[in-house]
Design a protein around this ligand. Structure first.
Ligand SMILES: [Mg+2]
Length: 100
């Protein structure tokens, strides 16, 4: 299982708890990635806090992991709308951000 965790306002809300969860996932044979909307140039604190691969998403997070050829099974994120590429909302989309 590949798990993506956001940093700002997700991991940062309780690093102690998230470190336990990340370590449990890693020890159980899963992969965990930090996927952030930050620029790498301003991510020194993320690099210092986490010992997992960091993916910097300049557009949507889904596009960033696709570019890195990683398929995420589970997303942990305080802003799920940052995962899906932005598109004009389709009139029948069940929720905002889903377009065609
Ligand atoms: Mg966040």
């Amino acid at each position: 299982m590949n798990v993506a965790i956001d940093y700002d306002e997700t991991y940062t809300l309780d690093p102690t708890v998230w470190n336990k969860i990340i370590n449990l996932l890693l020890e159980s044979g899963h992969k965990v990635y930090c996927v952030t909307k930050r620029y790498e140039a301003i991510a020194d604190d993320i690099k210092e806090a986490l010992d997992i691969p960091i993916i910097y998403a300049m557009r949507s997070k889904l596009e960033a992991v696709n570019a890195a050829e990683i398929s995420i099974d589970i997303w942990i994120d305080d802003k799920p709308q940052s995962i899906i590429p932005y598109s004009k909302p389709h009139k029948n989309a069940p929720f905002r951000g889903m377009g065609v």
